[in-house]
Design a protein around this ligand. Structure first.
Ligand SMILES: *[C@@H]1O[C@H](CO)[C@@H](O)[C@H](O)[C@H]1NC(C)=O
Ligand SMILES: *[C@@H]1O[C@H](CO)[C@@H](O)[C@H](O)[C@H]1NC(C)=O
Ligand SMILES: *[C@@H]1O[C@H](CO)[C@@H](O)[C@H](O)[C@H]1NC(C)=O
Ligand SMILES: *[C@@H]1O[C@H](CO)[C@@H](O)[C@H](O)[C@H]1NC(C)=O
Ligand SMILES: *[C@@H]1O[C@H](CO)[C@@H](O)[C@H](O)[C@H]1NC(C)=O
Ligand SMILES: *[C@@H]1O[C@H](CO)[C@@H](O)[C@H](O)[C@H]1NC(C)=O
Ligand SMILES: *[C@@H]1O[C@H](CO)[C@@H](O)[C@H](O)[C@H]1NC(C)=O
Ligand SMILES: *[C@@H]1O[C@H](CO)[C@@H](O)[C@H](O)[C@H]1NC(C)=O
Ligand SMILES: *[C@@H]1O[C@H](CO)[C@@H](O)[C@H](O)[C@H]1NC(C)=O
Ligand SMILES: *[C@@H]1O[C@H](CO)[C@@H](O)[C@H](O)[C@H]1NC(C)=O
Ligand SMILES: *[C@@H]1O[C@H](CO)[C@@H](O)[C@H](O)[C@H]1NC(C)=O
Ligand SMILES: *[C@@H]1O[C@H](CO)[C@@H](O)[C@H](O)[C@H]1NC(C)=O
Length: 762
């Protein structure tokens, strides 16, 4: 399917109507459904209602065997499901699919013998099968609409959005993928892939019963061993748990992308996305990514790093089990501990200074067989020290403390990304505890990243962890911004001026500098670091690094070529934002918000969403910025109350502006205002200057009530064809209007309408 652009606001609103009145409206032609009596005979096909997937017969390359399959309508070589994998119709014989007397989906050969069946034993006899736009073939009981069988619960080698890969922690029952035997034979191959949910969810590829690849633990946002998960193509994944112990790994369906992950016959995962322009599939991710990614290549207590030669080495405090074999490159036997730990000794030594130490390994995929315990980063070490069977620990904000006993298996090191692993070693291995020696600012350690301007700051500032956040020195930033020249000033953010800069390597950046005088600013600076450094989404601006040096505190972002939305939207002389771009922008902000509220485990309320905080990249993709006021919500929290109402009038929901109550709904309110501003091209707050003193919301409501909604649409995007059409929407309720208070205190305000208004709550 191609990206679905709405060619006019009218069309968009019409689509909204369809979404709102979700039913079929009588236009569903039954070509996506097989009912009893309907026989689909080779080469006939059925197609899902949105023409996304097709079900029918196919032959793989170089064979005359016929199979029932489901494939993307765009290309018939992209098979995502096969029914009769090990029971082909041979010699091009003509088969037929139907719903049989006993209510099952069946495949019949020319002799009308059933050679494959969905095999639901107690199915009601009144059923029908439907091919959905997700690629799922569902068999329903017509009397109650219940799904009694679905192809998604019996996958072949493909994972597609909304499919669930599951593992039940009570019964061990799994839904897994199984590779084809060869590229030409869909029969069950050697490799399978699925979720292992016990302890902490990880995705595995197995070769027979042996692990072949492991994703590393799920931390609520990403699979920590899949460094590519920070890339735009890998968002939307989630892990959920139901009451019966079934843990599911799935990916949201955004409706705009055809994507699939195939488990190939050689045991590789390949994710592809359809590129309509090229009319071909783009490979967007694969695993294992390299030789180090293969499960346990370096054996127990070994660690793999592709930059080293040989790539395998023993962890600190360990030595090869069989030195001769190890030196020959046979690493499978792994390593053993070379000197005993404090716990192993029986000397009851009271010399506390001789306790075991921990050797730190950065950027790793943490070992398999994880045990988890709640705890803060600085608590994990002691918890591990106090337990003699603990041989290593790690910490992830989304997981807590992770511990290992018995063995350390499948450790690999990445050039960047991954986690820190602390391996317990005897006192003698590291010697006396060394004081941490800070990396001198501006003197990059070449081992860290390819960008030579970056160094990693390992420091804590009032509990804010700067772990893994690249640090830029003041000198480099001053140089990049030409000593913070006024000519490079991009604007003012929540807590200080923002400058454009250019690094020595040519990369353009935006530098937000905390004003030295701003007391409130420091808190917002920290907040922004905490919130955004852990989040990655194509519709959120990404933080490249920071600078904390002497009095200076600065944040470094990717530079957005097309500036902020408010400039383009509210300047009537700028006509670059056509309807298509505007629609994209609304969609993108919505997605970014959805990620903050739902898809990121943290649940973040932005609290200051407005057009000046929406930046546009070179492709006009919107990116939400400025997280100075964002709040992280706990899983059970639905709303919070604050004594300090902070935000911008016009975008604050009434209950927040007046009562200090904020929740996801506060952001949704702001989003609604932005949508109206995007459609109208009018700044909500500009109305306050008007004699009538109506807000945009009141104005919209007035136009709506008068049946004159078309008058709202920005003349820069409206078209005659738009005017002519009529639309029907459900009648909205009159909104509550938040009026600008006249006498409350405003600590900051500026003439350019990008003000942060702070007033004291009651
Ligand atoms: C089909 O056979 C031809 C010739 O033997 C070979 O070149 C081709 O790779 C095969 N196709 C596949 C998908 O294996
Ligand atoms: C589906 O495929 C058919 C032919 O295979 C093509 O004519 C049709 O345009 C396709 N529909 C979409 C929505 O891609
Ligand atoms: C397929 O057809 C050929 C010739 O038509 C025949 O020799 C062969 O036995 C058939 N194979 C099977 C498995 O039926
Ligand atoms: C359906 O059941 C039959 C008989 O128990 C079995 O041979 C066949 O493999 C089953 N088919 C599927 C698709 O599970
Ligand atoms: C068939 O039986 C299984 C277990 O025996 C049950 O879980 C399922 O709900 C039943 N299906 C129908 C359609 O009655
Ligand atoms: C099947 O169920 C539907 C819906 O309940 C009903 O309208 C239809 O008459 C049933 N058909 C048969 C053959 O029982
Ligand atoms: C899968 O396992 C078999 C033996 O069980 C082995 O021969 C083969 O090399 C393995 N495949 C891969 C890709 O590791
Ligand atoms: C959990 O199991 C109960 C009883 O077996 C069943 O009624 C319920 O539908 C199941 N819930 C889910 C989410 O599968
Ligand atoms: C596995 O096969 C796919 C093609 O089917 C190929 O792209 C990939 O490189 C292969 N992976 C390995 C590790 O050989
Ligand atoms: C596919 O890749 C090309 C370049 O390799 C890129 O321009 C295009 O945007 C990609 N398409 C998708 C849908 O990812
Ligand atoms: C490693 O330890 C886990 C449990 O801690 C155990 O299940 C597994 O078999 C061990 N593997 C090896 C190779 O010793
Ligand atoms: C500052 O910029 C100049 C010219 O762009 C460059 O030669 C110099 O090395 C830079 N200094 C630092 C500290 O990056």
């Amino acid at each position: 399917m191609t990206r679905n652009f709405y060619t006019s606001p009218k069309q968009f609103l019409k689509h909204l109507v369809v979404i709102l009145s979700i039913s079929c409206l009588g236009s569903c032609i039954e070509t996506d459904t097989i009912t009893k009596g309907l026989v689909i005979e080779d080469p006939e096909t059925i197609v899902s209602s949105g023409k996304i997937y097709r079900l029918g017969f196919f032959s793989p390359a170089n064979t005359t065997n016929r199979y029932i399959g489901i494939w993307n309508n765009v290309s018939d070589t992209s098979i995502v499901w096969v029914a009769n994998r090990d029971k082909p119709l041979v010699n091009n014989s003509i088969g037929a699919i139907t719903v049989s007397e006993d209510g099952n989906i069946v495949l019949m050969n020319p002799e009308k013998e059933i050679i494959w069946s969905s095999n639901v034993s107690n199915s009601s006899r009144n059923t029908s099968a439907q091919l959905l736009d997700t690629g799922n073939l569902v068999l329903r009981d017509n009397s109650n609409g219940r799904v009694i069988w679905e192809s998604f619960r019996h996958p072949a080698d493909a994972f597609v959005p909304t499919m669930k890969i599951t593992d039940n922690i009570n019964t061990g029952e799994k839904v897994t993928l199984t590779s084809w035997r060869t590229l030409e034979n869909p029969d069950f191959g050697d490799f399978s892939a699925g979720l292992q949910a016990l302890s902490i969810p990880q995705v595995f590829i197995w070769n027979g019963s042996r692990p072949h690849w492991r994703s590393g633990p799920w931390n609520g946002l990403i699979l920590t061993g899949v460094t590519d998960m920070y890339a735009v193509y890998l968002d939307g994944y989630s892990v959920t748990r139901d009451n019966n112990g079934t843990v599911s790994f799935t990916r949201a369906y955004y409706g705009d992308l055809l994507m699939k992950v195939i488990l190939k016959p050689n045991g590789s995962f390949i994710q592809t996305m359809w590129d309509e322009a090229k009319r071909d599939w783009n490979v967007t991710w694969f695993a294992p990514i390299d030789a180090c990614d293969v499960y346990g290549v370096c054996g127990n207590f070994g660690s793999c790093n592709l930059r080293n030669s040989p790539m395998c080495s023993c962890l600190k405090g360990y030595e090869p089990v069989n030195k001769k074999e190890w030196d020959k490159g046979n690493w499978r036997d792994g390593c053993v501990r070379s000197s005993s730990l404090q716990c192993d000794r029986n000397d009851n030594s009271s010399d506390k200074s001789r306790v075991d130490r921990f050797s730190k390994l950065t950027n790793v995929k943490v070992p398999d067989f994880i045990e988890v315990s709640q705890g803060m980063r600085d608590e994990c070490e002691n918890m591990c020290l106090q337990n003699c069977s603990c041989i290593a620990y790690s910490h992830d904000t989304g997981i807590g403390c992770m511990f290992w006993r018995d063995n350390l298996t499948d450790v690999r090191q990445y050039p960047s990304g991954g986690s820190d692993l602390y391996v317990r070693v005897a006192y003698s291995v590291l010697g006396a505890k060394r004081k941490f020696k800070p990396v001198p600012y501006g003197k990059p350690e070449e081992a860290f990243t390819s960008d030579s301007n970056e160094i990693i700051l390992r420091d804590d500032m009032d509990g804010v962890s700067f772990d893994d956040l690249p640090l830029y020195s003041f000198e480099i930033l001053a140089n990049a911004t030409e000593q913070f020249a006024t000519a490079n000033l991009l604007g003012k953010g929540g807590f200080g001026p923002v400058y454009k800069g250019k690094l020595a390597n040519g990369k353009e950046i935006a530098v937000k500098r905390l004003s030295r005088t701003s007391g409130q600013g420091l808190q917002e600076f920290m907040n922004e670091v905490v919130v955004i450094s852990k989040l990655q989404h194509r519709n959120l601006v990404s933080l490249l690094g920071c600078c904390v040096q002497k009095e200076e505190k600065m944040l470094i972002y990717e530079f957005m070529v097309n500036g902020s939305l408010d400039v383009l939207l509210f300047d009537p002389t700028i006509r670059t934002l056509d309807w298509r771009k505007r629609f994209n922008i609304m969609e993108g902000i919505g997605r970014g918000l959805l990620y903050l509220h739902r898809d990121s485990r943290l649940r973040i309320i932005h609290r200051d969403l407005k057009p000046s905080n929406v930046l546009l990249d070179e492709n006009w993709n919107p990116k939400i910025s400025d997280f100075g006021m964002a709040r992280i919500f706990g899983a059970r929290e639905d709303q919070a109350n604050t004594a300090r109402v902070a935000g911008t009038y016009g975008y604050m929901s009434p209950e927040y502006a007046m009562g200090g109550i904020f929740s996801e709904k506060s952001d949704v309110f702001s989003f609604g205002v932005i949508v109206l501003e995007i459609i109208s091209g009018i700044r909500n707050t500009s109305f306050y200057d008007d004699e009538m003193a109506l807000s945009l919301l009141e104005h919209v409501w007035k136009l709506w009530s008068e049946g004159n909604f078309e008058a709202l649409i920005d003349e820069r995007i409206s078209s005659p064809s738009f005017q002519a059409e009529i639309i029907h929407l459900p009648v909205p309720e009159q909104p509550a209007f938040a009026k600008k208070p006249s006498s409350q205190s405003q600590t900051t305000s500026s003439s350019n309408n990008v003000s942060i208004t702070v007033l004291d709550g009651r």
